[in-house]
Write a protein of this length. Structure first.
Length: 411
């Protein structure tokens, strides 16, 4: 290193806030690449950089299904990043069990995570054998129907109050040249839609019998059969969407080209970025306007074991930063998600976020399929529902039968 570089490093060290003596660059991998997501990531990066360290962005386009195999391959192949995003649940379980991820229990204890992170299931998803291995960053829920107010006005029909009214409005939307339901081609979108119909149409008890208890008679029975009939309705309404990414489907709703989209609350970030106002330009129906239960899924950051001591200290700083109350507000207002802390001020939240917070306050929150099923089982579900939406000749009955087989064999 030449004298000029040494001087620059020393100057940077002197200027570091919070007395960080060994600040360093830290590569952070994630799959947040849409406009709204990028705006939220910028808040995390800004807060981490304020510790004197440097966020090195490792965004991987193509959603979690594309990014996760790359992330896992790097960690198992001996080229770990400093931190990486996974969803709450069992996606990183094998990496933890293989001894490749850092134990964050000391950081969590200092930050009183068990006292402030709500619901407790979020931290439970990070805990293996009594040790905490990840920092939750948000609460995401899938159970939302997003509606374009302009699209329904153009079609001359009243804005639906629930999924059933939405389905009934499908013909009028088609007649007006509007795509009724926007569903992109990524497999996880179809799977999330099916899971949402299971809880929002079937209710809490049915959902738990299917995904937690894996009750064979229920899964193969008439109640779940009704859900698969609704999935078939969704497939017909979604025919002709012709976009791949979820945010492209969201944009169809934003621009009035589609009547609605069933998508997680992260869609709010796209509406917000486009300058759209909840309740005026678009409408959100949690629980699809039927059963207002939300799954407390979302994102968390895991920290691979590194040999570099300075980077390990930077990992601790990032974990603490993620859970910081001010960072939680700044990030989640941009992301459209709910904070993982119950002690933050969200007075500036929009109407849709307030609906989500009210449901959270009631305790109408359930574990997501990601938390109840292994990554392998989730992948099998994705393959099934991707095929179902792509192949109109597959019947709802055949899909239900294959679904029952997948859950019967689930670990």
């Amino acid at each position: 290193m030449n004298i000029r570089c040494i001087a620059a490093v020393l100057a940077a060290t002197v200027a570091m806030p919070f007395g960080v003596a060994h600040a360093t660059d830290l590569e952070v991998t994630h799959w947040w690449t849409s406009g709204g997501e990028a705006a939220a990531v910028a808040e995390l990066a800004k807060a981490f950089d304020a510790t004197g360290n440097k966020w090195v962005d490792g965004a991987i386009a193509g959603s979690g299904g594309t990014a996760r195999p790359i992330m896992i391959s790097r960690i198992t192949g001996g080229d770990p990043m400093g931190a990486t995003q996974f969803n709450h649940g069992r996606q990183a379980q094998e990496l933890v069990e293989a001894g490749l991820m850092r134990d964050l229990t000391d950081v969590a204890t200092k930050g009183h995570w068990k006292d402030v992170i709500k619901p407790a299931s979020l931290l439970d998803s990070c805990t293996i054998d009594g040790k905490i291995y990840c920092a939750p960053v948000n609460i995401h829920s899938w159970q939302w129907l997003w509606l374009s107010n302009d699209a329904f006005k153009k079609a001359g029909v009243e804005l639906p109050k629930n999924w059933n009214e939405f389905v009934a409005a499908g013909p009028a939307l088609k007649k007006a040249g509007i795509q009724p339901l926007a569903v992109g081609g990524q497999p996880w979108q179809a799977t999330g839609l099916v899971d949402t119909l299971m809880i929002s149409l079937g209710g809490k008890d049915l959902y738990m019998k299917v995904f937690k208890d894996r009750d064979a008679a229920t899964i193969s029975g008439p109640e779940v059969g009704k859900i698969f009939k609704a999935v078939d309705d969704a497939r017909k309404l979604a025919a002709g969407t012709n976009v791949q990414d979820w945010n492209q489907a969201t944009n169809m709703v934003i621009t009035g080209k589609a009547g609605g989209q069933v998508m997680g609350d992260w869609a709010q970030g796209e509406f917000q970025l486009a300058g759209k106002v909840a309740g005026k330009d678009y409408t959100c129906l949690p629980g699809l306007g039927l059963n207002e239960y939300l799954t407390a899924n979302g994102d968390a950051f895991y920290f691979p074991k590194l040999k570099d001591e300075a980077k390990s200290k930077a990992q601790d700083a990032l974990a603490a930063t993620i859970v910081d109350p001010k960072v939680q507000v700044a990030f989640n207002l941009k992301k459209g998600s709910l904070p993982i802390r119950g002690d933050v001020d969200l007075a500036s939240a929009n109407d849709c976020m307030k609906k989500g917070l009210a449901i959270l306050a009631k305790g109408n929150v359930l574990q997501s399929p990601d938390q109840l099923l292994s990554a392998d089982t989730q992948k099998q579900k994705e393959d099934l529902f991707s095929q179902f939406f792509a192949n109109p000749s597959m019947t709802a009955e055949a899909a239900q039968k294959r679904f029952a087989e997948i859950l019967k064999a689930a670990d």
